[in-house]
Design a protein around this ligand. Structure first.
Ligand SMILES: [Zn+2]
Length: 223
């Protein structure tokens, strides 16, 4: 296996996107760039856009698009990502951001492959609605793998509960919002022939294999 890939992973909450992004990054020996992590890292390292992002985060405000893009581009310009590539997770979320990213990258041969990890809404809804969490230590459980005794945390003895934003109605709202934002994004990438859809259902190892097959195929076609 020759290392290196430029990849964007899309997928709704509960589709296993984070896990798969980490695995694929490890397989191709490229950094996993998750927007949550890079904002913290950029703020700490004090890059120009990192400093600006930190100001918004300190005030608890939403970071504007140009600053988000700045932080992402600063990360993509670093040696590891510039040399071998990256797996970008959590960005872009909108067509506007995708356009900006594409312009920021510039060269057509350096544009990433975009993989949409597809899991039906009903499946992720069931998955997310089954989640339970310890209200003290944050340990994760689900209705299919509960703590040993009566919703008392195995780790710390705290109360295991369903988070308020994990109710079915709240999850459905989040998924609807995601679809509303992402459908045009997927169409945009499809039009530019950068998109592959990968079935995200089933055993996580099998999903990883499917992703790698898809990516290898893309690499052959776009050497
Ligand atoms: Zn606990």
């Amino acid at each position: 296996m020759v290392p290196g890939v430029r990849l964007v992973v899309l997928g709704k909450q509960g589709a296993g996107k984070g896990t798969q992004a980490v695995r694929v990054a490890r397989h191709y020996v490229v950094p996993h760039i998750s927007t949550g992590d890079i904002f913290r890292a950029a703020a700490k390292s004090g890059t120009p856009f990192g400093k600006r992002a930190a100001e918004y985060m300190e005030r608890g405000e939403l970071i504007p698009d140009d600053v988000v893009l700045g932080v992402v581009m600063e990360r993509l310009e670093q040696k590891d990502a510039k040399g071998r590539g990256y797996v970008l997770d959590g960005f872009p979320r909108t067509v506007k951001q995708a356009v900006a990213l594409s312009e920021g990258i510039g060269a057509p041969q350096e544009q990433p492959l975009v993989v949409d990890l597809e899991v039906p809404t009903d499946v992720v809804l069931t998955r997310l609605a089954a989640r339970r969490v310890c209200s003290d230590c944050g340990a994760n459980y689900s209705t299919s793998s509960p703590p040993k005794t009566d919703w008392i945390c195995d780790v710390c003895g705290g109360e295991v509960v369903q988070r308020e934003d994990d109710t079915e109605a709240a999850i459905r709202r989040r998924l609807d919002l995601y679809e509303e934002q992402t459908e045009p994004l997927i169409a945009w990438y499809m039009e530019r022939r950068q998109l592959s859809t990968v079935d995200g259902l089933g055993d996580p190892d099998k999903v990883t294999e499917r992703l790698i097959r898809t990516i290898d195929h893309w690499r052959e076609m776009n050497p």
